[in-house]
Design a binder for this molecule. Structure first.
Ligand SMILES: Cc1cc2nc3c(=O)[nH]c(=O)nc-3n(C[C@H](O)[C@H](O)[C@H](O)COP(=O)(O)OP(=O)(O)OC[C@H]3O[C@@H](n4cnc5c(N)ncnc54)[C@H](O)[C@@H]3O)c2cc1C
Length: 393
């Protein structure tokens, strides 16, 4: 890494970048911004910045609602990153003069039927057991908070610290911030890491990281819808709402401009086809929870590919045997919430700082010798079974 290189030495060696970032999604751009702001000469390679998973992502910042059985280490990282979000959002907004749709009304977790509620309560009990802020609400309290919820909704809980941001505003803002700090964007793909000429290379290419590094990053398809409230008014609810509707996991994210994001499937597939069956399931679940959605315009149905890993946790740190190449990939369903902490901790590594202990479970070395698809549970922190099929994404 760049230990011991003085500011003057760095700036006098103008020919060679200090850092090349491969991938200009939220992760790569945030790293580029932080590195450039620390005085490093930064180049970012991407033929289509922001065209990866972030182009469709909902932008939920949900470490509490997404604290799942068997993922304690990941939950710790998610919480630490979410705690950085208020300052990160303020700094980014100040640096660019543009909003990023950061909202702090909190998240309501709901169950439509008795079975849905029983399933949700099992998870809330686990989350409360970790000391996380989850407040069960009576149906009347739920409706006081969101009168638009269907009368059939049996119950819910509030996660007040789970917020949201609009990834379609976030990524352009990060691009502007990185460029204003001095990072140079090169609109070309990197085919081989040997093509990159820099003191340190950071691979932040989402699903593209697998071909570049051999790391076990696989595409996990997510179909997702966007609706719009009639007449351009704000949606009739303020919280992020996520829940089960007749066994179907679903979430609804309201934006100030009238948009509602309704998602999402989690499929072990690498195509981005939108299927009638998925659209039907998502719409039915969404309308079951919030009947007024039936009157909204359906404006978009898309699919994106999350960069998944065998243990669902990100891969952060130097490639084994390649101290000059850092991985910052595999963020799967959490890349937006994990953007601030990934940027800070990877920038510290680039600068040769002592690795933050938070990084320890997430190094690439945990996959060495496991075979590319073997689960290696170190990063998730426990032997309990995961619930991939039952999750919100
Ligand atoms: C349906 C859906 C909903 C989601 N909802 C949420 C959510 O609510 N909250 C949350 O935290 N996360 C969510 N996510 C996950 C989140 O979008 C990802 O984790 C995040 O986008 C990962 O960021 P990234 O920058 O690593 O990768 P990406 O956003 O995929 O960006 C990767 C970039 O790398 C570039 N690239 C790839 N290969 C190369 C190469 N060889 N050379 C140069 N550039 C390259 C691509 O062009 C792209 O711009 C969701 C994802 C999906 C699909």
């Amino acid at each position: 890494m760049l230990t011991g290189r003085s500011e003057s030495a760095r700036s006098s060696d103008r020919a060679r970048p200090d850092v090349a970032v491969v991938g200009a999604g939220p992760i790569g751009l945030a790293i580029a911004w932080r590195c450039a702001a620390r005085g490093l000469r930064v180049v970012v390679h991407d033929p289509a910045s922001g065209s990866g998973a972030s182009a469709v992502a909902a932008g939920m910042l949900s470490p509490v609602a997404e604290a799942y059985f068997g993922e304690r280490q990941l939950t710790k990282l998610l919480l630490a990153s979410a705690a950085r979000w208020p300052a990160f959002a303020a700094e980014l907004t100040a640096a660019t003069g543009t909003g990023i749709g950061y909202r702090t009304e909190g998240t309501l977790m709901v169950g439509l039927t008795g079975d849905d509620l029983a399933e949700a309560r099992r998870l809330w009990a686990y989350q409360q057991g970790l000391g996380l802020p989850v407040t069960p609400l009576r149906p009347s309290e739920l409706r006081d908070r969101e009168p638009a919820l269907a009368p059939r909704v049996r119950g819910g809980a509030l996660a007040p610290t789970d917020h949201q941001v609009d990834p379609r505003m976030l990524v352009p803002a990060l691009r502007t911030a990185a460029q204003r700090a001095g990072a140079v964007l090169v609109p070309q793909a990197v085919a081989h890491l040997s093509d990159v000429d820099a003191s340190v290379t950071v691979v932040a290419a989402g699903c593209g990281a697998a071909a570049l590094t051999g790391l076990p990053v696989r595409p996990v398809k997510g179909q997702i819808l966007r609706l719009r409230a009639p007449d351009g008014v704000a949606p009739g609810f303020r919280h992020v709402i996520r829940g089960y509707a007749d066994g179907e996991p679903v979430y609804l994210v309201p934006r100030a401009d009238g948009e509602v994001v309704l998602g999402a499937t989690v499929e072990e597939r690498a195509d981005t086809t939108v299927t009638a069956g998925a659209v039907q399931r998502l719409l039915r679940a969404g309308v079951d929870l919030l009947p007024e959605l039936a009157e909204y315009d359906l404006v978009e149905a898309v699919a994106g590919l999350r960069p998944g890993t065998p243990d669902n946790a990100p891969i952060l740190g130097p490639l084994p045997g390649r101290g000059d190449v850092l991985a910052a990939t595999g963020h799967h369903r959490h890349g937006i919430v994990l953007t601030p902490i990934t940027a800070d901790l990877i920038t510290d590594l680039v600068l040769g700082g002592v690795p933050d202990p938070l990084l320890a479970p997430f190094g690439p070395e945990r996959f060495v010798g496991t075979g590319s698809t073997d689960p290696a549970p170190a990063a998730t922190g426990g032997p309990e079974p995961t619930m991939e099929g039952d999750r919100w994404s």
